[in-house]
Design a protein around this ligand. Structure first.
Ligand SMILES: [Zn+2]
Length: 318
């Protein structure tokens, strides 16, 4: 029943006005996943880069990734910083994180102080850790000399900023999932996924209404990911490349055949695709057919602001 409701709502929304209808459905849902950006790092496709919010009881409490363009979509979605409890950053490619400072700058205009948990991966020789990124971006003159040191008050909700942001690193090499947030009925785990040589995390969000697993970029070679994703109501995966992509692209991203195999094994109630770019937009329908050869549940190609409620929208008749 729950899966049928998910399908019905997603189909209805695809026929409706893209912003108003989806904002309405998401903000009235008990739990809902809403994409902010459905694109990748290319700017010519009218899609924002990666990012998503999770609505819980009418509040957008969780933000996962904040690539370019998500600042605008965040406002269009109706999300409010007053409601934000958790930010998970998957990795430090520009299309997953560049709008984070722009979104957090809004903390100047929030009416009441509250704290936000900020989680990201450990670093390596080419990429910072979450805490290093935070210091290099928001560190004060005495504490890292960050690029936006005028926002250093984010660390302790000072200088007129109303958010107290607590950055944390999660070891991407850990063989098991890491508990990163627990509060008000929501439990979130992070797990390292293989994205070439880029430290990268997937997130599993468990709620009384169901489970969301959001995979960022990965090549699909870490077998334990299917255990991390197993039992999800919604699994979101990036559809970045085609099956005939070159070796370098496959080092970074999973082709449709691999996505289909992962989904077939993890067996979510539905699969949502994001991170469309270049050929993966042109060949979208063909790639979905490839995925469906292995995975037989519903597959949705996400658009910016697409809304996927869990369970029933209040007022929706069973
Ligand atoms: Zn990436």
């Amino acid at each position: 029943m729950k899966a049928r409701c998910l399908i019905a709502i997603a189909l209805t929304l695809s026929l409706s006005s893209p912003i108003r209808a989806e904002q309405f459905a998401c903000s009235r849902s008990k739990i809902a996943l809403q994409l902010l950006g459905s694109g990748g790092p290319i700017s010519d496709d009218a899609r924002a880069s990666s990012g998503a919010i999770v609505w819980i009881d009418g509040k957008a409490r969780l933000l996962i990734d904040a690539g370019g363009g998500t600042f605008l979509r965040y406002g269009e979605s109706g999300a409010r910083l007053e409601d934000l409890d958790f930010i998970g950053i998957s990795h430090f490619h520009t299309d997953h994180v560049t709008d984070l400072p722009a979104i957090l700058k809004g903390a100047f205009f929030v009416s009441t102080k509250h704290s936000v948990t900020l989680v990201g991966p450990t670093g390596n020789s080419n990429f910072p850790s979450m805490t290093q990124f935070f210091d290099r971006t928001f560190g004060s003159a005495n504490g890292g000399g960050g690029s936006f040191q005028y926002l250093s008050g984010l660390r302790n909700a000072s200088d007129g900023l109303q958010l107290e942001v607590h950055p944390n690193d999660v070891d991407v090499t850990s063989p098991t999932q890491t508990l990163v947030y627990k509060g008000d009925g929501v439990t979130i785990y992070a797990f390292g996924i293989p994205h070439g040589d880029v430290p990268c995390l997937a997130y599993r969000i468990e709620t009384p209404e169901g489970v969301l697993v959001l995979s960022a970029d990965q090549n699909g070679s870490r077998k334990e990911f299917v255990d991390f994703a197993r039992g999800a109501d919604i699994l979101m995966m990036p559809a970045a490349i085609d099956d005939d992509a070159d070796e370098q692209s496959r080092f970074l991203h999973a082709p449709p055949t691999t996505i289909g195999q992962i989904a077939a094994t993890a067996n979510p109630k539905m699969l949502v695709l994001d991170h469309f770019m270049g050929r993966s937009i042109i060949d979208k329908d063909k790639n979905i057919e490839v995925i469906k050869q292995s995975y037989h549940g519903p597959v949705y190609a996400g658009r910016d602001l697409s809304c996927f409620p869990l369970g029933n929208v209040p007022g929706d008749k069973k």
